[in-house]
Design a protein around this ligand. Structure first.
Ligand code: NA7
Length: 537
């Protein structure tokens, strides 16, 4: 451990995406001396790194944004219902400039370790640029989907063409015109990238292990009247989102599926399909993620749409998910996704039964065939939720690392704090909701900001979750999901069970008990004087 401490800070924030920017602003408003460390050369987090063709939000613009400043809400206007990555990045740049956040951000600087010093109750934070700082609090804003997952394909380095990772796509773009492209991965990323790549490439081969349930997003430009109306109602919309189980300002569904005739169901599904994206899941029927028959009914509707769109019946069948529930994996939103397979230049290879055996200098080889291409694209996902946190050497009491503590699955209190890791706060940490992220982030930011204010006012030096409160929260995280179909994602490598990473113990790592209920639980803890946390003067 270095003793060359150069600076004393109240707060170190790791990451300059939505979470880090909002957190920096919040603690600065309270007069804390704060610094953000960001590995990228600019702000944006997820929206800085994920520049692949077709990258855009799966949530609508007017609630996938920050709300802490009325002026910001007033000044920024979105151009599309689902903003593309360049627009999202422009937005976060605008936020950074408007609130003069950059002066407290160290870009191009990765935090390598954070060590809690029990003698001074401070954190010693070290970076890959050689900085060492001592801070009272450390707050992580690392994002849920940050640490790339690159499967251990034999021969990956032998490929003679260019290989690209979607989440590390070059900022200057890649010209795929006339190229033969192979892409592995058909999650939310692959589903967005495939139709755009298909427009450019001479030939695109898609390697699919598990088909997804893809509902079209129904993107369109935003109209001036609509923008004005949404701005005027922003805080009403936010209140509605905060009251929704997935933090989206949606209306409830029509009720339980079984209460409707087949004809009525089809009409409601069609309406949901036309509304687009997550609205299909949440505004059609209320029991899709709870009841197997209801889920199968919605799933079959989606399969019927696939059969209607994709001309080749064999391809349509390969694209049709079976054997796991709709929403058992995080469902992607499509932009002419299925339509892309009607191009003569796009072919789909099922690697579920004949897996990839090795990457070769000219392409890849599965158990029963070889394929050739010039460019290989990996859209293979992330070591989600815990991966970014455990990639930093974070040491709490008695030198315990977060990686050791979470060897059998993550454990937190409210997804925000960890026993044995005092004065550490994790925005959107494991055990916090997987829901519309900016809304969840801002609730976390408010809660942490208020906790820090409270600590300072009361002369508290150490804030730490009790072991009991943490165990109780972990139990609740597992309990609330057990009555849903979401646990079944484990059998199809869903990242929210950790099952997409070979060797990672499958355990549901996010809160599925309703974002609204989660927000209420966090508020109640604060109102009761930070119940479940030890506050030491
Ligand atoms: P996902 O949703 O985890 O998708 C990763 C894809 O990569 C998925 O189709 C995987 O197939 C595939 N994959 C992963 N490993 C392999 C191996 N070894 N062989 C073949 N195929 C593989 O990540 P995304 O980036 O698309 O989306 C992540 C989140 O970002 C998304 O949920 C949104 O919240 C935004 P599998 O399905 O595991 O069979």
């Amino acid at each position: 451990m270095s003793t060359a401490v150069q600076t004393d800070l109240d707060v170190v924030v790791i990451g300059a995406g939505f979470a880090g920017l909002a957190m920096l602003h919040r603690v600065r408003e309270s007069g804390f001396d704060a610094r953000v460390y960001e590995a990228g050369d600019g702000v944006g987090g997820t929206w800085y790194w994920n520049r692949y063709p077709g990258a855009r939000t799966d949530s609508e613009c007017y609630y996938y944004c920050l709300s802490f400043s009325k002026e910001l809400v007033e000044e920024w206007s979105w151009s599309e219902r689902y903003p593309g990555q360049p627009e999202m990045l422009r937005y976060l740049d605008f936020v950074a400039d408007k609130f003069d956040l950059r002066k407290d951000i160290r870009f191009g600087t990765r935090v390598t370790s954070a060590t809690f010093d029990e003698s001074s109750n401070t954190w010693e934070v070290a970076t890959d640029t050689g900085e060492r700082v001592r801070s009272r609090f450390v707050i992580t804003g690392l994002g849920l989907l940050t640490a790339p997952h690159i499967p251990d394909f034999r021969g990956l380095d032998s490929f003679a063409g260019d290989t690209y990772l979607t989440c590390r796509w070059p900022a200057e773009g890649v010209d795929l015109t006339g190229k033969r492209v192979g892409i592995i991965g058909t999650g939310a990323t692959g589903v967005q990238a495939i139709p755009i790549i298909a427009e450019q490439a001479a030939q695109l081969t898609v390697f699919q292990r598990t088909p997804n349930y893809v509902v079209p997003a129904q993107n369109r430009p935003m109209e001036p009247d609509e923008i004005a109306d949404l701005k005027a109602r922003h805080y009403e919309i936010l209140a509605k989102a905060r009251n929704h189980s997935f933090a989206m300002p949606f209306d409830p569904g029509h009720g339980p599926t079984a209460e409707f005739s087949e004809e009525e169901r089809q009409r409601i599904y069609e309406e949901g399909w036309a509304s687009g994206g997550f609205r299909f899941l949440f505004e059609t029927f209320d029991d899709i993620i709870l009841d197997e028959a209801a889920n199968e009914s919605a799933a079959e509707f989606i399969r019927s749409k696939i059969r209607g769109i994709v001309h080749d019946p064999e391809t349509a069948e390969l694209l049709s998910p079976r054997g796991y529930p709709y929403a058992g994996k995080r469902p992607p939103a499509g932009h002419d996704y299925y339509e892309a397979y009607n191009r003569d230049t796009v072919s789909l290879v099922d690697i579920s039964k004949a897996p990839i055996q090795e990457i070769t200098p000219t392409g890849l080889r599965t158990a029963d065939a070889t394929y050739e291409f010039d460019v290989l694209i990996l859209a293979t996902g992330f070591d989600a939720v815990t991966g970014a946190l455990t990639s930093i050497d974070i040491r709490g009491r008695d030198g315990l690392t977060l990686k050791e503590k979470w060897a059998d699955g993550p454990s937190t209190y409210l997804g925000l704090t960890v026993h044995d890791f005092p004065n550490l706060f994790t925005i959107s940490g494991p055990g916090s909701p997987f829901a519309n992220i900016p809304v969840c982030i801002e609730k976390n930011v408010e809660w942490i900001g208020n906790a820090l204010d409270h600590a300072r006012k009361s002369g508290v030096e150490v804030v730490e979750a009790t072991a009991e409160a943490e165990a109780d929260w972990d139990r609740q995280v597992q309990e609330v999901v057990s009555g849903t179909l979401l646990t079944q994602g484990a059998k199809v490598h869903s990242w929210f069970t950790g099952a997409n990473i070979p060797g990672k113990k499958p355990v549901v790592n996010v809160w599925f008990g309703g974002a609204n209920n989660y927000f209420a639980a966090c508020d109640a803890v604060a109102e009761r004087g930070y119940e479940g946390l030890t506050l030491t003067r």
